[in-house]
Design a binder for this molecule. Structure first.
Ligand SMILES: [Zn+2]
Ligand SMILES: [Zn+2]
Ligand SMILES: [Zn+2]
Length: 90
């Protein structure tokens, strides 16, 4: 993945996190799971933890295409789950 997030346009090495909080999955709207939030791969880590893949800071949103973002519908890995149509607001 490149250094710039496809959906928020920020440099992932510098930004604290993504700025698009909602995700549409098969026609329903969900809140995206933040770094360190319940269900996240880094749940329970220290507050200065950054995502190993997209570099988002604890408490902030993963960038698009991050391999550590969980799907809020099925709790699987968002980039590889079978929920069908996944897209972001805007
Ligand atoms: Zn982003
Ligand atoms: Zn991430
Ligand atoms: Zn899913």
């Amino acid at each position: 993945m490149g250094a710039v997030c496809k959906i928020c346009g920020k440099n992932m090495m510098k930004a604290k996190g993504c700025s698009i909080p909602k995700i549409h999955i098969s026609g329903k709207v969900y809140d995206r799971i933040k770094v360190g939030a319940p269900g996240d791969f880094d749940e329970g880590r220290a507050e200065n933890t950054r995502c190993h893949d997209c570099n988002a800071l604890f408490g902030h949103l993963h960038h698009w295409g991050c391999d550590a973002e969980r799907c809020p519908a099925c709790s699987g890995q968002l980039i590889s789950c079978d929920c069908g149509d996944v897209f972001i607001e805007g």
